[in-house]
Design a protein around this ligand. Structure first.
Ligand code: SAM
Length: 461
Protein backbone atom coordinates (compact mmCIF):
# COMPACT_ATOMS: atom_id res chain seq x y z
CA UNK A 1 0.00 0.00 0.00
CA UNK A 2 1.39 3.41 -1.00
CA UNK A 3 1.99 5.83 1.85
CA UNK A 4 -0.97 8.15 2.10
CA UNK A 5 0.21 11.76 1.90
CA UNK A 6 -2.17 13.79 4.01
CA UNK A 7 -1.99 17.55 3.30
CA UNK A 8 0.65 19.13 5.56
CA UNK A 9 -1.49 22.23 6.01
CA UNK A 10 -4.38 20.07 7.22
CA UNK A 11 -2.17 18.29 9.77
CA UNK A 12 -0.72 21.63 10.95
CA UNK A 13 -4.21 23.08 11.38
CA UNK A 14 -5.33 20.17 13.59
CA UNK A 15 -2.39 20.19 16.00
CA UNK A 16 -4.11 21.90 18.94
CA UNK A 17 -7.55 20.42 18.50
CA UNK A 18 -8.69 18.08 21.30
CA UNK A 19 -8.46 14.43 20.41
CA UNK A 20 -6.00 14.90 17.53
CA UNK A 21 -2.90 12.71 17.87
CA UNK A 22 -0.74 13.14 14.84
CA UNK A 23 1.09 9.80 14.86
CA UNK A 24 -2.02 7.67 15.44
CA UNK A 25 -4.02 9.74 12.95
CA UNK A 26 -1.38 9.31 10.22
CA UNK A 27 -0.96 5.61 11.00
CA UNK A 28 -4.65 4.85 10.71
CA UNK A 29 -4.75 6.58 7.32
CA UNK A 30 -1.69 4.72 6.15
CA UNK A 31 -3.17 1.40 7.29
CA UNK A 32 -5.82 1.89 4.58
CA UNK A 33 -8.21 -0.22 6.67
CA UNK A 34 -11.67 -0.14 5.15
CA UNK A 35 -14.66 -0.38 7.47
CA UNK A 36 -18.05 -1.36 6.12
CA UNK A 37 -21.22 -0.89 8.09
CA UNK A 38 -24.93 -1.14 7.43
CA UNK A 39 -28.07 -0.03 9.21
CA UNK A 40 -31.03 -2.40 9.14
CA UNK A 41 -34.45 -1.14 8.13
CA UNK A 42 -36.81 -1.56 11.07
CA UNK A 43 -39.77 -1.24 8.63
CA UNK A 44 -38.66 -4.50 7.05
CA UNK A 45 -37.22 -6.76 9.68
CA UNK A 46 -39.16 -10.00 9.59
CA UNK A 47 -36.94 -12.62 11.13
CA UNK A 48 -34.88 -12.72 7.99
CA UNK A 49 -31.35 -13.98 7.87
CA UNK A 50 -29.16 -11.10 6.80
CA UNK A 51 -26.72 -12.88 4.55
CA UNK A 52 -24.42 -9.82 4.61
CA UNK A 53 -23.96 -10.11 8.39
CA UNK A 54 -22.73 -13.63 7.82
CA UNK A 55 -23.72 -14.64 11.33
CA UNK A 56 -21.72 -11.78 12.92
CA UNK A 57 -23.32 -9.43 15.44
CA UNK A 58 -20.74 -6.65 15.60
CA UNK A 59 -22.85 -3.65 16.55
CA UNK A 60 -22.09 0.02 15.95
CA UNK A 61 -22.13 1.05 19.62
CA UNK A 62 -24.10 4.32 19.30
CA UNK A 63 -26.72 2.94 16.92
CA UNK A 64 -29.75 0.68 17.48
CA UNK A 65 -29.72 -0.93 14.04
CA UNK A 66 -26.12 -0.40 12.90
CA UNK A 67 -23.73 -3.32 12.31
CA UNK A 68 -20.16 -3.63 11.08
CA UNK A 69 -19.63 -6.22 8.38
CA UNK A 70 -16.72 -8.63 8.51
CA UNK A 71 -15.86 -7.68 4.90
CA UNK A 72 -17.35 -5.64 2.09
CA UNK A 73 -19.66 -7.93 0.11
CA UNK A 74 -21.07 -7.23 -3.33
CA UNK A 75 -24.19 -5.32 -2.34
CA UNK A 76 -25.30 -5.29 -5.96
CA UNK A 77 -25.63 -9.06 -5.90
CA UNK A 78 -27.62 -9.12 -2.65
CA UNK A 79 -31.40 -8.98 -3.32
CA UNK A 80 -31.97 -7.84 0.29
CA UNK A 81 -30.09 -4.64 -0.57
CA UNK A 82 -32.47 -3.95 -3.48
CA UNK A 83 -35.43 -4.75 -1.25
CA UNK A 84 -34.38 -1.95 1.12
CA UNK A 85 -33.71 -4.32 4.04
CA UNK A 86 -30.68 -2.22 5.01
CA UNK A 87 -28.75 0.91 4.04
CA UNK A 88 -24.97 0.94 3.65
CA UNK A 89 -23.92 3.79 5.93
CA UNK A 90 -20.65 4.96 7.38
CA UNK A 91 -20.71 4.15 11.13
CA UNK A 92 -19.80 7.58 12.60
CA UNK A 93 -22.69 9.30 10.86
CA UNK A 94 -25.15 6.89 12.52
CA UNK A 95 -24.52 8.99 15.65
CA UNK A 96 -27.26 11.31 14.35
CA UNK A 97 -29.59 8.86 16.13
CA UNK A 98 -28.13 9.94 19.49
CA UNK A 99 -28.24 13.63 18.60
CA UNK A 100 -31.96 13.40 17.81
CA UNK A 101 -32.94 11.03 20.62
CA UNK A 102 -31.21 13.17 23.21
CA UNK A 103 -32.68 16.51 22.12
CA UNK A 104 -36.21 15.82 20.82
CA UNK A 105 -39.18 13.81 22.03
CA UNK A 106 -39.40 11.39 19.12
CA UNK A 107 -42.68 9.91 20.39
CA UNK A 108 -44.47 13.12 19.40
CA UNK A 109 -45.80 13.95 15.95
CA UNK A 110 -42.93 15.94 14.41
CA UNK A 111 -42.05 17.73 11.22
CA UNK A 112 -38.38 17.22 10.40
CA UNK A 113 -36.37 18.64 7.51
CA UNK A 114 -33.23 16.93 6.23
CA UNK A 115 -31.89 19.80 4.12
CA UNK A 116 -28.86 18.24 2.39
CA UNK A 117 -30.20 14.75 2.02
CA UNK A 118 -28.82 12.93 -1.06
CA UNK A 119 -28.15 10.04 -1.28
CA UNK A 120 -30.33 9.44 1.78
CA UNK A 121 -28.20 8.02 4.61
CA UNK A 122 -29.40 10.49 7.24
CA UNK A 123 -32.96 10.56 5.85
CA UNK A 124 -33.43 6.79 6.07
CA UNK A 125 -32.11 6.97 9.64
CA UNK A 126 -34.45 9.85 10.59
CA UNK A 127 -37.41 8.02 9.02
CA UNK A 128 -36.68 5.00 11.24
CA UNK A 129 -36.76 7.19 14.35
CA UNK A 130 -39.99 9.14 13.86
CA UNK A 131 -43.61 8.07 14.41
CA UNK A 132 -45.80 7.05 11.49
CA UNK A 133 -47.87 10.24 11.71
CA UNK A 134 -44.75 12.45 11.65
CA UNK A 135 -43.37 14.08 8.50
CA UNK A 136 -39.88 13.92 7.06
CA UNK A 137 -39.06 16.38 4.28
CA UNK A 138 -35.98 15.05 2.59
CA UNK A 139 -34.45 17.75 0.38
CA UNK A 140 -31.61 17.87 -2.11
CA UNK A 141 -30.74 21.03 -4.02
CA UNK A 142 -28.74 19.39 -6.81
CA UNK A 143 -31.16 18.06 -9.40
CA UNK A 144 -28.89 15.26 -10.59
CA UNK A 145 -28.77 13.85 -7.05
CA UNK A 146 -32.51 13.87 -6.33
CA UNK A 147 -33.26 10.67 -8.25
CA UNK A 148 -30.96 8.55 -6.14
CA UNK A 149 -32.44 10.13 -3.01
CA UNK A 150 -35.99 9.35 -4.19
CA UNK A 151 -34.94 5.80 -5.08
CA UNK A 152 -33.41 5.18 -1.66
CA UNK A 153 -36.44 6.62 0.12
CA UNK A 154 -38.73 4.44 -2.02
CA UNK A 155 -36.73 1.35 -1.03
CA UNK A 156 -36.96 2.37 2.61
CA UNK A 157 -40.69 1.97 2.08
CA UNK A 158 -42.48 4.50 4.23
CA UNK A 159 -45.39 6.80 3.41
CA UNK A 160 -44.47 9.72 5.69
CA UNK A 161 -41.68 11.18 3.55
CA UNK A 162 -41.78 14.00 0.99
CA UNK A 163 -38.70 14.34 -1.23
CA UNK A 164 -38.09 17.89 -2.48
CA UNK A 165 -35.61 19.58 -4.80
CA UNK A 166 -35.12 23.09 -3.46
CA UNK A 167 -32.51 25.65 -2.60
CA UNK A 168 -32.14 26.26 1.17
CA UNK A 169 -33.54 29.78 0.83
CA UNK A 170 -36.83 28.40 -0.58
CA UNK A 171 -37.55 27.09 2.92
CA UNK A 172 -38.06 30.67 4.08
CA UNK A 173 -41.56 30.25 2.67
CA UNK A 174 -42.12 27.85 5.60
CA UNK A 175 -41.34 30.20 8.44
CA UNK A 176 -41.12 28.46 11.85
CA UNK A 177 -42.53 25.28 10.40
CA UNK A 178 -40.14 22.46 11.37
CA UNK A 179 -39.58 20.94 14.81
CA UNK A 180 -36.08 19.91 13.78
CA UNK A 181 -33.73 20.60 10.90
CA UNK A 182 -30.73 18.44 10.03
CA UNK A 183 -28.00 20.12 7.99
CA UNK A 184 -25.42 17.51 6.93
CA UNK A 185 -23.48 20.16 5.10
CA UNK A 186 -21.40 19.90 1.93
CA UNK A 187 -17.82 20.20 3.20
CA UNK A 188 -14.14 19.83 2.31
CA UNK A 189 -14.38 16.10 3.07
CA UNK A 190 -11.13 15.43 4.99
CA UNK A 191 -13.00 12.95 7.22
CA UNK A 192 -13.34 10.57 4.30
CA UNK A 193 -9.70 10.55 3.14
CA UNK A 194 -9.12 7.00 4.40
CA UNK A 195 -12.13 5.74 2.42
CA UNK A 196 -11.43 7.84 -0.64
CA UNK A 197 -7.73 8.80 -0.95
CA UNK A 198 -8.39 10.43 -4.36
CA UNK A 199 -10.22 13.21 -2.53
CA UNK A 200 -6.92 14.32 -0.95
CA UNK A 201 -5.85 16.03 -4.17
CA UNK A 202 -8.92 18.28 -4.01
CA UNK A 203 -8.27 19.52 -0.49
CA UNK A 204 -6.94 23.06 0.01
CA UNK A 205 -7.10 25.72 2.71
CA UNK A 206 -8.89 27.89 0.24
CA UNK A 207 -11.56 25.27 -0.28
CA UNK A 208 -12.01 24.89 3.48
CA UNK A 209 -12.65 28.65 3.70
CA UNK A 210 -15.11 28.52 0.80
CA UNK A 211 -16.92 25.57 2.38
CA UNK A 212 -17.16 27.49 5.67
CA UNK A 213 -18.75 30.45 3.90
CA UNK A 214 -21.18 28.17 2.08
CA UNK A 215 -22.13 26.41 5.31
CA UNK A 216 -22.94 29.78 6.91
CA UNK A 217 -25.00 30.77 3.90
CA UNK A 218 -26.98 27.49 3.96
CA UNK A 219 -27.65 27.81 7.69
CA UNK A 220 -28.64 31.49 7.43
CA UNK A 221 -31.05 30.61 4.63
CA UNK A 222 -32.76 27.70 6.39
CA UNK A 223 -32.91 28.84 10.03
CA UNK A 224 -36.09 30.90 9.61
CA UNK A 225 -37.89 27.60 8.85
CA UNK A 226 -37.09 26.24 12.33
CA UNK A 227 -39.72 26.65 15.06
CA UNK A 228 -38.82 28.48 18.22
CA UNK A 229 -37.72 25.78 20.66
CA UNK A 230 -36.88 23.57 17.66
CA UNK A 231 -33.61 21.69 17.24
CA UNK A 232 -30.90 22.15 14.61
CA UNK A 233 -28.41 19.32 14.09
CA UNK A 234 -25.35 20.36 12.10
CA UNK A 235 -22.77 17.87 10.84
CA UNK A 236 -19.82 17.62 8.46
CA UNK A 237 -17.27 15.01 7.44
CA UNK A 238 -14.46 17.57 7.79
CA UNK A 239 -11.86 17.90 10.57
CA UNK A 240 -11.36 21.62 9.99
CA UNK A 241 -12.17 24.03 12.80
CA UNK A 242 -13.44 26.53 10.24
CA UNK A 243 -16.22 24.09 9.22
CA UNK A 244 -16.90 22.64 12.68
CA UNK A 245 -16.37 24.50 15.97
CA UNK A 246 -16.16 27.91 14.25
CA UNK A 247 -19.59 27.31 12.71
CA UNK A 248 -20.97 26.23 16.11
CA UNK A 249 -19.52 29.39 17.65
CA UNK A 250 -21.10 31.54 14.96
CA UNK A 251 -24.48 29.79 15.40
CA UNK A 252 -24.45 30.63 19.10
CA UNK A 253 -22.88 34.11 19.00
CA UNK A 254 -24.38 35.51 15.80
CA UNK A 255 -27.48 33.43 15.12
CA UNK A 256 -28.55 33.33 18.78
CA UNK A 257 -28.98 29.56 19.09
CA UNK A 258 -28.40 27.63 22.30
CA UNK A 259 -25.75 24.91 22.17
CA UNK A 260 -26.92 21.49 23.43
CA UNK A 261 -24.71 18.98 25.21
CA UNK A 262 -24.99 15.30 24.32
CA UNK A 263 -24.22 12.40 26.62
CA UNK A 264 -21.43 10.10 25.51
CA UNK A 265 -20.42 6.67 26.68
CA UNK A 266 -16.63 7.04 27.24
CA UNK A 267 -16.13 3.67 25.54
CA UNK A 268 -17.42 5.08 22.26
CA UNK A 269 -14.17 7.03 21.76
CA UNK A 270 -15.98 10.20 20.62
CA UNK A 271 -14.27 13.46 21.63
CA UNK A 272 -16.28 16.35 23.03
CA UNK A 273 -14.91 19.76 22.09
CA UNK A 274 -15.79 23.34 22.98
CA UNK A 275 -15.64 26.32 20.66
CA UNK A 276 -13.03 28.96 21.50
CA UNK A 277 -15.08 31.84 22.90
CA UNK A 278 -18.57 30.71 23.91
CA UNK A 279 -17.78 27.04 24.59
CA UNK A 280 -20.39 25.60 22.18
CA UNK A 281 -20.40 21.79 22.36
CA UNK A 282 -19.22 19.73 19.42
CA UNK A 283 -18.50 16.04 18.93
CA UNK A 284 -15.53 14.77 16.91
CA UNK A 285 -15.00 11.32 15.47
CA UNK A 286 -11.39 10.31 14.68
CA UNK A 287 -10.72 7.02 12.88
CA UNK A 288 -7.79 6.22 15.17
CA UNK A 289 -10.08 6.40 18.24
CA UNK A 290 -13.18 4.55 17.03
CA UNK A 291 -14.43 2.26 14.29
CA UNK A 292 -15.66 4.86 11.81
CA UNK A 293 -14.54 7.74 9.60
CA UNK A 294 -13.95 11.41 10.43
CA UNK A 295 -17.14 13.24 11.41
CA UNK A 296 -18.31 16.26 13.39
CA UNK A 297 -21.76 16.84 14.84
CA UNK A 298 -23.37 19.45 17.08
CA UNK A 299 -26.92 20.19 18.24
CA UNK A 300 -28.61 23.52 18.99
CA UNK A 301 -31.96 24.84 20.12
CA UNK A 302 -33.62 27.93 18.68
CA UNK A 303 -34.54 30.27 21.50
CA UNK A 304 -38.11 31.31 22.21
CA UNK A 305 -38.58 34.99 21.51
CA UNK A 306 -42.34 34.99 21.87
CA UNK A 307 -42.90 35.47 18.14
CA UNK A 308 -45.71 33.81 16.24
CA UNK A 309 -45.69 30.11 15.36
CA UNK A 310 -46.40 28.77 11.90
CA UNK A 311 -50.13 29.21 11.35
CA UNK A 312 -51.88 26.41 9.54
CA UNK A 313 -54.58 27.05 7.01
CA UNK A 314 -52.50 29.08 4.57
CA UNK A 315 -52.58 26.39 1.90
CA UNK A 316 -55.71 26.37 -0.18
CA UNK A 317 -54.90 23.71 -2.71
CA UNK A 318 -57.49 20.97 -2.82
CA UNK A 319 -55.96 17.79 -4.16
CA UNK A 320 -57.90 16.03 -6.91
CA UNK A 321 -60.37 13.75 -5.19
CA UNK A 322 -60.17 10.02 -5.54
CA UNK A 323 -63.48 8.17 -5.97
CA UNK A 324 -64.78 5.50 -3.60
CA UNK A 325 -64.73 3.07 -6.53
CA UNK A 326 -60.98 3.65 -6.95
CA UNK A 327 -60.40 3.24 -3.23
CA UNK A 328 -62.34 -0.05 -3.32
CA UNK A 329 -60.12 -1.22 -6.19
CA UNK A 330 -56.85 -0.50 -4.38
CA UNK A 331 -58.00 -1.60 -0.90
CA UNK A 332 -57.15 -5.32 -1.36
CA UNK A 333 -53.54 -4.34 -2.09
CA UNK A 334 -53.14 -2.38 1.15
CA UNK A 335 -52.64 -3.65 4.67
CA UNK A 336 -54.99 -0.92 5.88
CA UNK A 337 -57.23 1.68 4.33
CA UNK A 338 -57.86 3.52 7.60
CA UNK A 339 -55.54 6.32 8.54
CA UNK A 340 -54.55 7.04 4.94
CA UNK A 341 -55.61 9.64 2.41
CA UNK A 342 -55.30 9.29 -1.34
CA UNK A 343 -54.47 11.83 -4.00
CA UNK A 344 -54.03 11.68 -7.72
CA UNK A 345 -50.81 12.58 -9.52
CA UNK A 346 -51.27 12.28 -13.25
CA UNK A 347 -52.69 8.80 -13.79
CA UNK A 348 -51.42 7.43 -10.51
CA UNK A 349 -52.86 7.34 -7.02
CA UNK A 350 -50.70 8.16 -4.03
CA UNK A 351 -51.25 7.26 -0.38
CA UNK A 352 -50.04 9.14 2.67
CA UNK A 353 -50.89 9.03 6.38
CA UNK A 354 -54.02 11.09 7.16
CA UNK A 355 -52.05 13.17 9.63
CA UNK A 356 -50.04 14.69 6.75
CA UNK A 357 -52.91 15.99 4.60
CA UNK A 358 -52.50 19.60 5.61
CA UNK A 359 -48.69 19.35 5.54
CA UNK A 360 -48.72 18.06 1.99
CA UNK A 361 -50.87 21.00 0.88
CA UNK A 362 -48.50 23.45 2.60
CA UNK A 363 -45.38 21.87 1.13
CA UNK A 364 -46.97 21.73 -2.33
CA UNK A 365 -47.54 25.47 -2.15
CA UNK A 366 -43.99 26.23 -1.07
CA UNK A 367 -41.64 23.71 -2.67
CA UNK A 368 -40.92 21.55 -5.69
CA UNK A 369 -41.95 18.01 -4.76
CA UNK A 370 -40.11 15.15 -6.41
CA UNK A 371 -41.99 12.43 -4.60
CA UNK A 372 -44.56 12.25 -1.79
CA UNK A 373 -45.89 9.26 0.14
CA UNK A 374 -46.29 5.94 -1.67
CA UNK A 375 -47.39 5.60 -5.28
CA UNK A 376 -50.07 2.91 -5.31
CA UNK A 377 -50.57 2.66 -9.07
CA UNK A 378 -53.08 3.36 -11.80
CA UNK A 379 -56.72 2.29 -11.63
CA UNK A 380 -58.03 1.26 -15.03
CA UNK A 381 -61.75 0.56 -14.79
CA UNK A 382 -61.86 -1.87 -11.83
CA UNK A 383 -58.24 -3.04 -12.00
CA UNK A 384 -55.12 -1.68 -10.38
CA UNK A 385 -51.83 -1.60 -12.27
CA UNK A 386 -49.70 -1.57 -9.11
CA UNK A 387 -46.65 0.70 -8.86
CA UNK A 388 -43.18 -0.46 -7.85
CA UNK A 389 -43.30 1.92 -4.85
CA UNK A 390 -46.23 -0.04 -3.44
CA UNK A 391 -44.31 -3.33 -3.67
CA UNK A 392 -41.48 -1.90 -1.56
CA UNK A 393 -43.65 -0.05 0.93
CA UNK A 394 -44.89 -0.93 4.37
CA UNK A 395 -48.45 -0.41 3.06
CA UNK A 396 -48.43 -3.61 1.02
CA UNK A 397 -50.99 -6.18 2.07
CA UNK A 398 -49.16 -9.38 3.12
CA UNK A 399 -51.91 -11.45 1.53
CA UNK A 400 -51.25 -10.13 -1.99
CA UNK A 401 -50.25 -13.09 -4.22
CA UNK A 402 -46.53 -13.76 -3.83
CA UNK A 403 -43.92 -15.93 -5.41
CA UNK A 404 -40.88 -16.75 -3.31
CA UNK A 405 -37.82 -17.13 -5.49
CA UNK A 406 -34.28 -18.38 -4.97
CA UNK A 407 -31.16 -16.22 -5.27
CA UNK A 408 -30.59 -16.94 -8.93
CA UNK A 409 -34.17 -16.11 -9.92
CA UNK A 410 -34.14 -13.00 -7.72
CA UNK A 411 -31.05 -11.74 -9.59
CA UNK A 412 -32.66 -12.54 -12.95
CA UNK A 413 -35.66 -10.52 -11.84
CA UNK A 414 -33.48 -7.60 -10.72
CA UNK A 415 -31.67 -7.67 -14.07
CA UNK A 416 -35.11 -7.48 -15.68
CA UNK A 417 -34.49 -10.70 -17.56
CA UNK A 418 -37.11 -13.09 -18.79
CA UNK A 419 -38.27 -15.32 -15.96
CA UNK A 420 -39.27 -18.96 -16.02
CA UNK A 421 -41.39 -19.21 -12.91
CA UNK A 422 -43.86 -22.01 -12.33
CA UNK A 423 -47.00 -20.61 -10.77
CA UNK A 424 -50.56 -21.91 -10.76
CA UNK A 425 -52.20 -18.45 -10.56
CA UNK A 426 -52.36 -15.60 -13.03
CA UNK A 427 -52.27 -11.81 -12.67
CA UNK A 428 -50.16 -9.54 -10.47
CA UNK A 429 -47.77 -11.26 -8.08
CA UNK A 430 -45.08 -9.91 -5.78
CA UNK A 431 -41.67 -11.45 -6.36
CA UNK A 432 -40.16 -12.06 -2.92
CA UNK A 433 -36.73 -13.13 -1.80
CA UNK A 434 -36.49 -14.41 1.78
CA UNK A 435 -39.96 -12.90 2.39
CA UNK A 436 -38.92 -9.43 1.21
CA UNK A 437 -40.82 -8.03 -1.80
CA UNK A 438 -38.59 -7.04 -4.72
CA UNK A 439 -41.29 -5.89 -7.17
CA UNK A 440 -44.09 -7.03 -9.44
CA UNK A 441 -44.56 -9.60 -12.16
CA UNK A 442 -47.70 -10.26 -14.14
CA UNK A 443 -48.34 -13.92 -14.77
CA UNK A 444 -50.04 -14.64 -18.07
CA UNK A 445 -51.09 -18.11 -19.25
CA UNK A 446 -48.00 -18.50 -21.45
CA UNK A 447 -45.40 -16.13 -19.97
CA UNK A 448 -44.32 -13.94 -17.08
CA UNK A 449 -43.97 -10.18 -17.56
CA UNK A 450 -41.20 -8.64 -15.48
CA UNK A 451 -42.20 -5.19 -14.15
CA UNK A 452 -38.92 -4.30 -12.43
CA UNK A 453 -38.20 -0.61 -13.25
CA UNK A 454 -35.76 -0.42 -16.17
CA UNK A 455 -33.85 2.46 -14.62
CA UNK A 456 -33.08 0.40 -11.50
CA UNK A 457 -32.11 -2.89 -13.10
CA UNK A 458 -28.71 -4.31 -12.21
CA UNK A 459 -26.29 -4.38 -15.08
CA UNK A 460 -23.51 -6.30 -13.37
CA UNK A 461 -23.38 -10.00 -14.43
N1 SAM B 1 -26.96 13.68 4.20
C1 SAM B 1 -26.47 12.83 3.10
C2 SAM B 1 -26.45 11.39 3.53
O1 SAM B 1 -26.31 11.14 4.73
O2 SAM B 1 -26.59 10.51 2.68
C3 SAM B 1 -25.13 13.31 2.59
C4 SAM B 1 -25.13 14.77 2.27
S1 SAM B 1 -23.64 15.41 1.60
C5 SAM B 1 -22.61 15.48 2.97
C6 SAM B 1 -24.07 17.09 1.33
C7 SAM B 1 -25.18 17.33 0.34
O3 SAM B 1 -25.37 18.75 0.24
C8 SAM B 1 -24.93 16.82 -1.04
O4 SAM B 1 -25.98 15.99 -1.44
C9 SAM B 1 -24.87 18.08 -1.90
O5 SAM B 1 -25.41 17.89 -3.18
C10 SAM B 1 -25.68 19.06 -1.10
N2 SAM B 1 -25.33 20.48 -1.39
C11 SAM B 1 -24.31 20.95 -2.13
N3 SAM B 1 -24.35 22.30 -2.19
C12 SAM B 1 -25.41 22.69 -1.46
C13 SAM B 1 -25.99 23.94 -1.14
N4 SAM B 1 -25.45 25.07 -1.57
N5 SAM B 1 -27.09 23.96 -0.38
C14 SAM B 1 -27.63 22.83 0.08
N6 SAM B 1 -27.12 21.60 -0.17
C15 SAM B 1 -26.03 21.52 -0.92
Amino acid sequence: MAIMELPEQLIASLKNIPGFEEAAFKAVHESGEQITSVRLNSNKIFNIQYSILNGHQDRVPWSTQGYYLPRRPSFTLDPQFHAGAYYVQEASSMFLEQALKQTIDLEKRLKILDLCAAPGGKSTLIQSLITEDSLLVSNEVIKARVNVLAENMTKWGSGNVIVTNNDPKDFQRLEKYFDAIVVDAPCSGSGLFRKDPDAIAEWSENNVALCGQRQQRILTDVLPALKEGGVLVYSTCSYSLREDEDISEWLVMEMDLESLALELDPQWGIIETRSARCGANGYRFYPDRLKGEGFFIAAFRKKNTGGHEWRSGRANKRPDTVSQKEIDTIAPFLNRADGLFFIRQGDELIAMPDSLKQDLAVIQDALYIKKAGVKIGQVIRTDLVPDHELALSNLINPSVDRIDVDLETALQYLRKEELKIKCSGTGWHLVCYQQLPLGWVKILPNRVNNYYPSAWRILNK
